[in-house]
Design a protein. Structure first.
Length: 235
C-alpha cells in the first residue's frame, strides 16, 4: 500500500503544529526538510514525534564519507525514520552511511524532480535523466541504501531494467490531476503512483497550502485507495 509523506515545508513551528494537529490520525509520515530544519532543528523533529508521527529527515546528505556517516549517526539520535542521501556522492560515501548501526532508513536521491534532460547537459552533453537515474539507483542498492528517490515516471523503467533488485521507491513531484506544477517538472498523480505500487509518495503544497489540509489529504488517500488494486498488474 502506498504511504503518503506530507512535506512540512513551512518556516514556523506554529504552522507545523497546526498541520500536525489537523492531520493527526490521518497521516503517519512527515518530511522535515531543509527549510524547517534550518529554522528550528531538533525542535521540528521532536514536534512530529510528540504528535505520533514518523519523520523523513530530508537534508540530502552529500559530503566526504566520514562526515556523512557522522550525520547519519546524529540522525539516529534524533529518532527519525529515514534520511535522504545524494547517490551521486559515490560508493564510499554510501557504504560508510550504510555501515552505521543502528541507523535510520537511507533513501537515495537520484535526479531531482525539478530537473529534465537539458538540466543535465552541463554535466555531460549526452546526459539523459533515465540513464542517470538507473545508474544511481543501482549504485545505491549495491552499497546498502534502503530506498530509491526518483520521479514516478522512472519507476517502471527501473523495475524492468533492474528487475533483479527488490527496490523500495519514494516519489516526490506528486500533483493531483489538474493541479499546479510549481517548480516540479517530472510529475505524477497520486492515483498513478498507487497503480504503480510506489511505496511512499511525498506531497507538499497540494495538502499544506489547501484551504482545508485534512480534506485535501483525505481526498488524495481516497483516490489512491480506489486506484490501488491495479498495482498488482504492473509489478
Amino acid at each position: 500500500m502506498t504511504q503518503v509523506i506530507v512535506a512540512l515545508d513551512v518556516d514556523t513551528i506554529m504552522r507545523e503544529e497546526q498541520l500536525l494537529t489537523q492531520l493527526k490520525d490521518t497521516i503517519t509520515f512527515y518530511k522535515v526538510g531543509l527549510r524547517l530544519f534550518t529554522a528550528h532543528g531538533k525542535r521540528a523533529v521532536d514536534l512530529v514525534h510528540r504528535h505520533g508521527g514518523k519523520v523523513f529527515l530530508d537534508l540530502k546528505f552529500h559530503d566526504i564519507p566520514q562526515t556523512v556517516a557522522h550525520a547519519v549517526k546524529e540522525a539516529q539520535k534524533l529518532g527519525v525514520y529515514a534520511v535522504s542521501i545524494h547517490l551521486c556522492g559515490g560508493r564510499d560515501m554510501l557504504a560508510a552511511a550504510a555501515e552505521v548501526s543502528p541507523r535510520p532508513k537511507l533513501w537515495g536521491v537520484t535526479v531531482l524532480t525539478s530537473m529534465q534532460d537539458k538540466d543535465l547537459r552541463p554535466l555531460h552533453p549526452q546526459a539523459k535523466v533515465a540513464s542517470f537515474v538507473k545508474n544511481l539507483a543501482r549504485l545505491g542498492w549495491v552499497n546498502g541504501v534502503d530506498g530509491t528517490i526518483c520521479s514516478g515516471q522512472e519507476v517502471m523503467f527501473l523495475r524492468r531494467s533492474l528487475k533483479h533488485l527488490d527496490m523500495k521507491f519514494i516519489t516526490p513531484g506528486i500533483r493531483p490531476a489538474g493541479g499546479e506544477l510549481h517548480d516540479q517538472k517530472r510529475v505524477m498523480s497520486p492515483e498513478q503512483a498507487a497503480e504503480l505500487g510506489i511505496d511512499y509518495i511525498v506531497v507538499g503544497r497540494p495538502i499544506t497550502h489547501a484551504i482545508d489540509p485534512l480534506k485535501a489529504a483525505q481526498s488524495i488517500l481516497s483516490s489512491m485507495k480506489h486506484a490501488a488494486p491495479h498495482s498488482l498488474e504492473v509489478r
